[in-house]
Design a binder for this molecule. Sequence first.
Ligand SMILES: NC(=O)c1ccc[n+]([C@@H]2O[C@H](COP(=O)([O-])OP(=O)(O)OC[C@H]3O[C@@H](n4cnc5c(N)ncnc54)[C@H](O)[C@@H]3O)[C@@H](O)[C@H]2O)c1
Length: 316
Amino acid sequence: MKKILIIGGGAMGSAFSVPCLENNNKVTITEPYNKIFIKNLSSKQKFHPSLKLNLPKKLQYRKYSKDILKEKFDLIVIALSLAGIDFIGKELKDLKIKTPLLVLTKGLKYDKKRKKLLTISGLLKNNYNVANVSVLKGPCLAKELARKNKTSVVIANKNIKIAKWIGKQISTKYYLTEFSKDVVGVEICSAIKNIYAMVIGSGQNLNSSSDLFQKSVNEMKFLIKYFKGDQTTILGLAGIGDLYVSAVGGRNSKMGEYLGKGFTFAAAKKKFMPKDTVEGEQLAREIAPYILKKINKKNIPLMAHLLKTILYNKKI
Ligand SMILES: NC(=O)c1ccc[n+]([C@@H]2O[C@H](COP(=O)([O-])OP(=O)(O)OC[C@H]3O[C@@H](n4cnc5c(N)ncnc54)[C@H](O)[C@@H]3O)[C@@H](O)[C@H]2O)c1
């Protein structure tokens, strides 16, 4: 039995507690930001509003404070959305904790000072001095994992032994783990698939969506190489695995569908998805200043076009 701390009581952090508990770990969850999640997680029933189920009774909820990070855990899991990464980086900075960290968050950050695009593990290491970071990515809908549907994910760390150790603690019959040394490739794929899910969603029939799917995979392969990852990662769970789930369902491909019908992003958001977070939009705004400036758009025509569509609120 290991002691696992999950930071982030959103859909993914909460769903992740299910296999961790099933594997006989002592699991604590804490939520630093969202009042609704705090209220529900600290209640007796532990009803999760996004997952629409009661979380296991064995899951312990603790109020968030920086001190909790100093306690002895065997694994700390970061399940915040991209907007929370700088917050947790600042909290972890200088604590010099040796506990292995596992990041579930998907996305990339633009470092304005250094004019560089950073992966989340890169940001935590470079800007916040956080060591021993592994990442877990792949096709995983939180609602399905929380209901113990079969799910396969990949854990990446240059030190594969650490990745495998984490896999041993969290995998179950329905939550299967694969391993990779290609941290950069895995992180790039799992972030940009949200943008390509919009591109694929913009196809108005299966023939054109399939064409866009194939061309998206080629662009993703180019981008992995550009950022010095391993191009074969595109064939794995974080690549076409995650692209598939995002393209056939979810909010990014839905938004893509409206864009393909001729709506601008702002009009579609207001009319059809006013309360939804479209992760691909947030990422597009984050990475556009870098991608549009530094990469020849001939190599990534779909990505460049979609970034401009969102940034300048143009029709696709
Ligand atoms: N690795 C995987 O298998 C996998 C699967 C699905 C989703 N995800 C990723 O997990 C992340 C969370 O997704 P989710 O579905 O749980 O989202 P969610 O909206 O349900 O939860 C978001 C979490 O981030 C926190 N947060 C939001 N803004 C914050 C801020 N400014 N400061 C601090 N905390 C903040 C929220 O309080 C909450 O804990 C996303 O990056 C998503 O892409 C990963």
